[in-house]
Design a binder for this molecule. Structure first.
Ligand code: ATP
Ligand code: MG
Length: 221
């Protein structure tokens, strides 16, 4: 991971476990915005959502490493797992600034479901100036629906369809909210955990190496 001025994607999440939807969202953001790399940052589990069998940070990291092994532009970061407590996205972005990344070169990738809640995030609205946002459609949550859902942010939004590498567009002003209209598989970690618990196959939902890992380590039982 370098801090040259190339555009870099950041994909935060619990990744419990990583699945093909995450990889497709990162691919779509890369294609639409010409990203040089995507850094996947697994979070500490937020303590309030512990109601079912879940994987430790070690297992979540291992599954990400397996999922990204043959994708040289995709990297996994231990930054949030090494921190002593669960970390806000705004804190992670500020740490990247301290590591010499520029707000204009950072693209925080989220699904449209997650971004719809942006007004509840810590450090909103200042967080919008800490990075560009690359908001990718998720089945049932089209990115194109966001200007209507979040009218107060409409002026900061720009639509991306197909390919485009003129990430310099952000240089004209400040950071932007890039709406990436793409088709990603209808997969969630919740559904993967449900199937693993029921002993059902996971093919088509997670990379094969991740499926084997979940079976071998009896995760989510
Ligand atoms: P859970 O069901 O446990 O909430 P999840 O599948 O939503 O898991 P997260 O780790 O919560 O996965 O998601 C991390 C980020 O990836 C979020 O911004 C989310 O919107 C995005 N994302 C997850 N699945 C998809 C998908 N199929 N298409 C597009 N974006 C996705
Ligand atoms: Mg989620």
């Amino acid at each position: 991971m370098t801090s040259s001025h190339l555009p870099v994607g950041i994909l935060g999440g619990t990744f419990d476990p990583v699945h093909l939807g995450h990889l497709a969202a990162a691919d779509a953001a890369c294609t639409a915005l010409g990203l040089a790399e995507v850094l996947f940052i697994p979070s500490h589990h937020p303590p309030h959502r512990r109601v079912e069998p879940l994987a430790s940070g070690y297992h979540r990291f291992a599954m990400l490493a397996l999922a990204l092994a043959d994708r040289p532009r995709f990297l996994v970061s231990d930054a949030e797992l090494l921190a002593s407590a669960w970390s806000y996205t705004s804190v992670t972005l500020r740490r990247l600034h301290e590591a010499a990344f520029d707000a204009l070169q950072l693209f925080f990738i989220t699904g449209a479901d997650a971004f719809a809640e942006i007004a509840t995030w810590n450090d909103y609205p200042a967080i919008l100036d800490l990075a560009n946002f690359a908001v990718v459609s998720r089945p049932g949550h089209p990115a194109a629906g966001l200007p209507e859902q979040l009218p107060m942010l409409r002026d900061r939004m720009a639509m991306r369809q197909g390919e485009g590498a003129d990430h310099a567009a952000g240089k004209a002003g400040g950071t932007r909210i890039w709406l990436v209209q793409a088709v990603t598989p209808d997969v969630s970690s919740t559904e993967v955990r449900r199937r693993a618990r029921a002993g059902e196959p996971l093919d088509g939902l997670v990379p094969i190496a991740v499926e084997r890992y979940i079976e071998r380590h009896h995760l989510y039982r």
